[in-house]
Design a protein around this ligand. Structure first.
Ligand code: DX5
Ligand code: ZN
Length: 217
C-alpha cells in the first residue's frame, strides 16, 4: 500500500464547474476521487447519483471511490458500476446483510467497500470482512462536510489492521485535516478522505494542500 493517499471528497467542490474542479484535482496530484452519494433517506442530505459519477468519469481516468449513503443500494449497484465506479462502498447500517451486496459488487469487477458509522461497532461487520476490498471507518456522522473528527475511527482502524488481509484498503472519512491526518496514518489508514480542508481553498492551492496532508499522513 505504501504512502497513504489523500482522496479529495468532491462534496464541497464548485459543481457549476465540475469538469474544471476534477481536472484541477488531477493536476494537483490526486491519486483518486471520493464521490458522496446521499439519498435524503439514509442521511438527511441529498446530493447526486450516477449522472454525476458518469460526468466525472468522462473527464478523468483517476480511480473513482463512490461512497453510497443510501438505502436499498442493491437497486443501483449496476448503474453505479456502469457509470464508471472503481470502488462502491455501501453502509452496513443501510442493509440487513451486506455480504450478498459485496459479492454482487465484486462480480461486476468493482472494488467492494463497507462503511460503518462512528456509533456502529466493528463487531457488526466482522463476518463481512472477507468479502471487502475496502473498509471505511467514518470519523463523522455521515451527511455533511465540515464536521469535527471523531477519534473512535482510529480505534477501529487499528483493530481492522489486525483483522483484514494486507490488500484490503482501510479508509477514514470526515474531519480529516492538518491536525488529524497524522493520527489517521498512524492508525493504519491507506486512504484519507478530505473535503473542506481542501475545498475551502482556491484551486491554485490544491496541490500544496494535498502535499501537506500527504506529508502529515
Ligand atoms: C460526509 C462525507 C464526507 C465529507 C468529508 O458524510 O462522507 O466525504 O464530504 O468532508 P470533510 O473533510 O469536510 O469532513
Ligand atoms: Zn464520504
Amino acid at each position: 500500500s505504501g504512502t497513504p493517499a489523500i482522496m479529495p471528497s468532491m462534496l464541497l467542490c464548485d459543481f457549476a464547474n465540475l469538469g474544471a474542479e476534477v481536472r484541477a484535482m488531477e493536476d494537483a496530484g490526486a491519486r483518486g476521487l471520493h464521490l458522496d452519494v446521499m439519498d435524503g433517506q439514509f442521511v438527511d442530505n441529498f446530493t447526486y447519483g450516477m449522472t454525476i459519477v458518469r460526468a466525472v468519469r468522462s473527464v478523468t481516468n483517476l480511480p473513482l471511490d463512490i461512497h453510497l449513503m443510501m438505502v436499498e443500494p442493491e437497486k443501483y449497484l449496476g448503474d453505479f458500476a456502469d457509470a464508471g465506479a472503481d470502488i462502491l462502498t455501501i453502509h452496513t447500517e443501510a442493509v440487513e446483510d451486506p455480504k450478498p451486496l459485496l459479492k454482487a459488487i465484486r462480480e461486476r469487477n468493482v472494488g467492494a467497500g463497507l462503511a460503518l458509522n462512528p456509533t456502529t461497532p466493528l463487531e457488526q461487520i466482522a463476518d463481512a470482512l472477507p468479502l471487502c476490498d475496502l473498509v471505511l471507518a467514518m470519523s463523522v456522522h455521515p451527511g455533511a462536510g465540515g464536521q469535527s473528527f471523531n477519534p473512535v475511527a482510529l480505534e477501529k482502524l487499528s483493530s481492522l489492521k489486525d483483522q483484514v488481509a494486507k490488500e484490503v484498503l482501510l479508509e477514514v472519512d470526515g474531519g480529516v485535516n492538518n491536525t488529524t491526518a497524522a493520527a489517521c496514518g498512524l492508525a493504519g489508514a491507506h486512504l484519507l478522505v478530505v473535503g473542506s480542508a481542501i475545498f475551502r481553498h482556491d484551486p491554485s492551492e490544491y496541490r500544496a494542500k494535498l502535499e501537506e496532508l500527504t506529508q502529515l499522513a
